[in-house]
Design a protein around this ligand. Structure first.
Ligand code: AMP
Ligand code: GLY
Length: 439
């Protein structure tokens, strides 16, 4: 089939890389592209949010399946636009994408579906929000209702911080319209986990779990980023957890969405807090995570394109996907200054010496440990034939190995072979799991 991938980062490079290995794919396109993606897919010079032009392109090029990476086109209604033209796309409708675009909508669905989540209240009125925080006088989390580029959530120790967060969102409107309404919820503790399920509106296939590392610095310190690294599986959680998440979260959510007339087709990303046997949903997203996708794509087995097509057509029942028992680790190499301001256009070296050209001692070790290494491009560009930085998250050094510790060592070895001025990475990706495995 002819497949179009929408998006232009590390997640989309990983998707293209995996789709390229699907027996059913014979031609791949990707919007905008980057030097990594362009080695696998024909670049399409249409921005991911230009949903009308993309639909026109898909019609002209007789695209059999369109796969959407980021949330924005989905919340703009790309699935509806494609459906209206009889084009096949995997991703939820605008109505179903509300699960990510509105935190109050997501909470309502969770309540109706009996999905475990933190106790909460929703406010459109700033005085009522302030009163609620003063009355409760305990650690709370204040969330802008709408999309705020990952910055709309404030985890607060006490009422002073919560009141400041309410002021920022509702009075100073630092998140624009996204913060006119806020969700205020109980602050939970535990370990965070990302879980993914491919859904056809009624049924779901588990795509596995991963753990992200959102803060910029080691030990989860500093401001939040889009994600500084991920690994999968997450061995500190037992195998029963996946079945629980499917049974207690994914299936009831699909049932409620269907009964409301907005069935969910696409990848449901469940952000969870797990504390012993207690699990709570923090948020839903309506797409794969980045960099979780990079780790998952290293492990995924089976014909991904065929499964995505079946889900898009509304019948996953005959499909199987499995994940390798091996472990994947994905380490993000970021620009100096990210998630704040950073420079672009800095030359990147060392990549050529990883895939294929690694020094013989490194190659021998990777072969002995049965390690597979892949570097995904997130924010890179080609200028006068040179590879340069072009974003906050630049590259994602990823490795797959029978043992998590070998995957982490190989991902870091690859990360250390790549150089660009200001390169920043976290040194503790998969650290929570490796610590847990040792104890
Ligand atoms: P969200 O966008 O809702 O996933 O929130 C972003 C981050 O805020 C999460 O990854 C958590 O680290 C944190 N967070 C969100 N909700 C809570 C909560 N109820 N308790 C503690 N931390 C939370
Ligand atoms: N890594 C978190 C996200 O994609 O939202």
């Amino acid at each position: 089939m002819r497949v179009l991938v929408i998006g232009k980062g590390g997640r989309e490079h990983a998707l293209c890389w995996r789709l390229n290995q699907s027996p059913s794919v014979w031609k791949l396109f990707c919007t905008i592209g980057n030097p990594g993606i362009n080695s696998l897919a024909t670049p399409v010079p249409i921005e991911p949010n230009d949903i009308h032009k993309l639909a026109e392109f898909a019609r002209q090029e007789k695209i059999d399946l369109t796969v959407v990476g980021p949330e924005e086109p989905l919340t703009l209604g790309i699935a509806d636009e494609f459906a209206a033209r009889g084009l096949t796309l995997i991703g939820p409708s605008k109505a179903a994408a509300q699960l990510e675009a509105s935190k109050s909508f997501a909470k309502q669905i969770m309540c109706e579906a009996g999905v475990p989540t933190a106790a909460f209240a929703v406010f459109d009125d700033i005085e009522q929000a302030r009163g609620y925080v003063r009355d409760l006088n305990r650690p709370l989390v204040v969330k802008a209702d709408g999309l705020a580029a990952g910055k709309g959530v404030s985890v607060c120790d006490g009422p002073a911080a919560a009141l400041a967060a309410i002021d920022a969102a509702m009075e100073r409107q630092v998140f624009g319209a996204a913060g006119k309404r806020v969700v205020i919820e109980e602050r939970l503790s535990g370990q965070e986990l990302s879980f993914f399920a491919l859904c056809d509106g009624k049924n779901a296939l588990a795509l596995g779990m991963a753990q992200d590392h959102k803060p910029i610095f080691d030990g989860d310190r500093g401001p939040n980023t889009g994600g500084m690294g991920a690994y999968s599986p997450v061995p500190q959680f037992d195998a029963g957890l996946e079945e629980r998440i499917m049974g207690e979260v994914v299936r009831p959510t699909l049932d409620v969405m269907a009964s409301r007339g907005c069935p969910f087709r696409g990848v449901l990303f469940v952000g969870l807090m797990v504390d012993g046997a207690r699990l709570n949903v923090l948020e839903f997203n309506v797409r794969l995570g980045d960099p979780e996708c990079e780790a998952l794509m290293m492990r995924l087995e089976g014909d991904l394109a065929a499964a995505l097509l079946a889900a898009a057509r509304g019948d996953l029942s005959a499909e199987h996907l499995s994940l390798s028992a091996r472990s994947a680790v994905a380490v993000v190499l970021a620009s100096g200054g990210y998630p704040g301001n950073y420079e672009k256009g800095l030359p990147i070296t060392g990549l050529e010496s990883i895939e294929g050209g690694a020094p013989s001692d490194v190659k021998v070790r990777w072969a002995m440990e049965q390690v597979r290494v892949k570097v995904f491009h997130a924010g890179t560009a080609s200028r006068s034939g040179r590879l340069v930085t072009d974003g906050g998250r630049v590259l994602v050094a990823s490795a797959l190995a029978p043992k998590l510790k070998d995957a982490a060592a190989a991902a870091y070895q690859a990360a250390d072979m790549i150089e660009f001025s200001g390169k920043h990475l976290r040194r503790d990706i998969a650290g929570k799991a490796l610590g847990a495995l040792q104890t």
